[in-house]
Design a protein around this ligand. Structure first.
Ligand SMILES: [Zn+2]
Length: 290
C-alpha cells in the first residue's frame, strides 16, 4: 500500500466571461508569426495575416471602444484597415459581429458567415445587442475552406450554441514551424440550446480536428482558454521557451473535454437535454460534487 496518495493539482475552473461590465483591453498581442489576438477579458478576435492581406476572425461587440480596439490592433501590427480582405464570423451573436457595418466600411472587406447566422444576427439579435448592421457577402458551408493568398481556413458547421454555428481550423506558423489551431465557435449553453446536439457537434469537431492534426486552440472568449494569461506570456516569453498556444493533438482533445463536462453538468439539471431559462438555474446543483 502506498503511504501517500498523489492527487491531480488541477481544480475545476469554470471562469465565465463577464458581460454587461466594462472589461479592460489587453495590449494587441502576436501569438504566432501570422496570428494576433485583440482582446478584452470577455471577448476576443483575431487577425490572421496571409500573403494577400488579413482575415479578421470575429469582431467582438457593437460598441465604439471595440471598433477602436480592432482598428488600433490592425495598425499595431503594421497594416491599414484596407488590408483586411475577409471578415469571418463564427456565429450570429452580438459579441461576435461587432460594429460590422462600420468595420466593413473602414476595411472594404467581404463578410463571410453562415446563412442561418446572418438571419439570427439581423432578425433575432439577443441580449442587449442591436441587430447586425451589415449583410454577408459570402455564405460559408460545412466543409468549406476560406482562402486568402496561401492560407486556407477550414470551416466546420457545429450547431449547438446556435443552430448554424461554425468552428474553424486555422493554419499558423511559430518561428516558421507550421501548426493548426482549433477555434470552437460557440461556447456557452444558452437557454433553449439542445445539449445533445451540442455534444454531437463537439464529437464531429474533435474527429475532424484530430484527423487534420490540430495541435492547439484559441477561443473568442478568453476565460475559456486562459487567453489573457497566455497572451501575456507571449508578450514576455523568453528565447527557446515553448509557445503556450502550441500543444499536441492529445492535449487539444483533452482541452475540449471542458465543453463536454459543461454539457454533462447541465444535463444533471436538464435531463431532457434542453437548457432551461436562466431563472430556473441552480448553479450549485449544476456542479459536480466532489
Ligand atoms: Zn454566442
Amino acid at each position: 500500500m502506498p503511504k501517500y496518495e498523489i492527487k491531480s493539482w488541477r481544480k475545476p475552473n469554470d471562469q465565465k466571461p463577464q458581460f454587461g461590465v466594462i472589461n479592460p483591453f489587453i495590449p494587441t498581442t502576436k501569438i504566432f508569426d501570422d496570428l494576433t489576438i485583440i482582446s478584452e477579458t470577455a471577448d476576443a478576435c483575431f487577425l490572421l495575416e496571409t500573403t494577400e492581406g488579413i482575415i479578421l476572425i470575429d469582431a467582438m461587440e457593437p460598441e465604439q471602444r471595440f471598433y477602436d480596439a480592432i482598428i488600433k490592433g490592425i495598425h499595431d501590427i503594421g497594416y491599414e484597415p484596407q488590408d483586411v480582405k475577409i471578415i469571418l464570423l463564427t456565429h450570429g451573436h452580438g459579441d461576435h459581429y461587432g460594429c460590422m457595418g462600420a468595420l466593413k466600411k473602414a476595411t472594404g472587406a467581404k463578410l463571410y458567415m453562415g446563412r442561418m447566422e446572418e438571419d439570427l444576427a439581423i432578425n433575432h439579435a439577443i441580449g442587449h445587442f442591436p441587430p447586425m448592421d451589415a449583410t454577408a457577402d459570402v455564405y460559408i458551408e460545412d466543409g468549406d475552406d476560406v482562402v486568402l493568398g496561401d492560407t486556407r481556413v477550414h470551416c466546420i458547421m457545429t450547431p449547438g450554441h446556435t443552430q448554424g454555428c461554425f468552428s474553424f481550423i486555422i493554419p499558423v506558423t511559430d518561428e516558421g514551424r507550421p501548426h493548426k489551431l482549433g477555434l470552437w465557435g460557440g461556447t456557452g449553453l444558452l437557454p433553449g440550446v439542445n445539449i445533445f446536439q451540442y455534444l454531437e457537434s463537439l464529437e464531429k469537431y474533435n474527429k475532424i480536428c484530430a484527423e487534420a492534426g490540430v495541435d492547439g486552440a484559441i477561443s473568442n472568449h478568453p476565460p475559456c482558454d486562459d487567453g489573457v494569461l497566455r497572451a501575456q506570456m507571449c508578450r514576455q516569453i523568453g528565447d527557446g521557451i515553448p509557445n503556450p498556444y502550441v500543444w499536441t493533438t492529445e492535449i487539444f482533445l483533452n482541452y475540449n473535454k471542458r465543453f463536454e463536462n459543461m454539457c454533462k453538468r447541465m444535463l444533471k439539471i436538464a435531463p431532457d437535454g434542453i437548457v432551461p431559462e436562466r431563472r430556473e438555474f441552480k448553479p450549485k446543483d449544476a456542479r459536480d460534487k466532489k
